[in-house]
Design a protein around this ligand. Structure first.
Ligand SMILES: NC(=O)c1ccc[n+]([C@@H]2O[C@H](COP(=O)([O-])OP(=O)(O)OC[C@H]3O[C@@H](n4cnc5c(N)ncnc54)[C@H](OP(=O)(O)O)[C@@H]3O)[C@@H](O)[C@H]2O)c1
Length: 311
């Protein structure tokens, strides 16, 4: 099939494009920059230069590629101050609202038969009541921390727009927290370095449950969704949802660092805001049973325990 990947040069895009090509697809990869065209060619894609926030440029690029499938992997996460979550996610939120809408209308104009978009299973996106591990049937958090309201609203917009597009097979992949090459959880990268330097404290009881996913496994699940996904939501996470109180010390040990500092919630709130405290103490994990069952996908890194060491 002809597959148009928006976000082809990013952490997930760079894993996804070569796998789509290896699966026999003709891939058109979008970037804002002329200078990244050669990177896309090396990955095996036809480069398409367009700004996702400009509806005319998106319509033109999609119109030229005439894809059968669009994959939306647009984010702009960069450096973050957890106390100003929505401020630092503002551009990502625009990519999830306006960016989604532009891609959907461009896709409708050429009649794409599948539209696969990046959703979120991590950072407290799921409702924070009930059990520790959520399925796709569980709702997103209706009462997010105040600093995350716009971010959750943007995620909700993306999901409703994609699932509501009845003219195509709209699929949302709620990815767990990425680790591995090209992500911030990799050797020498931001999160690993914070843990190594004991600057990633354990807040409160560390009872927030995280679901991780190796970025290569996320890409494999996405190839399966492009191929035979059905309209709906899939959690794309590993087999091992885990409280912060367990993974953070384990990661410190793997990195040869001292145990993380423990701080009470009110101290955590001072440097990480309510959003940070929610993630550390109250977030819920996700189950991958549906993705395994319906996409026929298995993570090659079923647990972060070995995966972190490999990364
Ligand atoms: N589930 C998760 O845990 C998760 C999800 C997403 C990201 N992350 C993490 O966030 C970190 C960085 O991610 P990131 O979002 O900053 O960058 P990224 O990984 O570089 O991906 C951003 C992608 O979106 C594209 N893009 C952004 N704005 C665009 C626009 N206006 N028009 C066209 N394309 C646009 C970029 O293309 P060009 O720059 O080539 O134009 C790039 O391909 C990584 O550590 C990653 O692991 C984690």
């Amino acid at each position: 099939m002809r597959v148009f990947v928006a976000g082809a040069t990013g952490a997930i895009g760079r894993q996804l494009v070569p796998r789509l090509v290896a699966a026999g697809h003709e891939v058109h990869g979008m970037t804002r920059y002329e200078s990244k065209q050669s990177m896309l060619e090396e990955l095996g894609a036809v480069p398409m230069v367009a700004d996702a926030l400009d509806p005319d440029q998106v319509a033109e690029a999609v119109g030229r590629a005439r894809p059968e499938v669009i994959v939306h992997q647009l984010t702009a996460i960069g450096a973050m101050d957890m106390r100003h979550f929505d401020r630092d996610f503002a551009l990502t939120n625009r990519l999830r609202t306006e960016g989604t809408d532009h891609l959907l209308s461009a896709g409708q104009a050429v009649g794409v038969r599948r539209f696969v978009a990046q959703g979120v299973a991590g950072y407290g996106a799921y409702v924070r009541t009930g059990g520790p591990v959520k399925s796709e049937e569980d709702p997103l958090d209706p009462t997010p921390a105040s600093e995350m309201r716009e971010t959750l609203a943007a995620i909700r917009h993306l999901e409703e727009a994609v699932l509501g597009a009845r003219w195509t097979e709209g699929i949302v992949l709620r990815y767990g927290t990425f680790y591995g090459p090209g992500t911030s959880i990799a050797r020498g990268q931001e999160q690993f370095e914070l843990v190594r330097r004991r600057k990633f404290p354990l807040v409160g009881d560390g009872g927030g449950v995280w679901s991780f996913i190796h970025v290569a496994d996320a890409a494999e699940a996405t190839v399966a969704a492009v191929d035979h996904g059905r309209r709906g939501v899939y959690n794309v996470v590993d087999d091992d949802p885990v409280p912060v109180a367990e993974w953070l010390p384990a990661l410190a040990q793997t990195l040869g660092a001292k145990k993380p500092v423990r701080v009470p919630r009110f101290i955590g709130r001072l440097f990480a805001g309510e959003a940070g405290v929610v993630m550390m103490t109250d977030a819920r994990g996700a189950s991958n049973a549906k993705a395994k069952r319906e996409l026929g996908w298995r993570p090659a890194h079923p647990s972060w325990r070995k995966g972190f060491a490999a990364a």
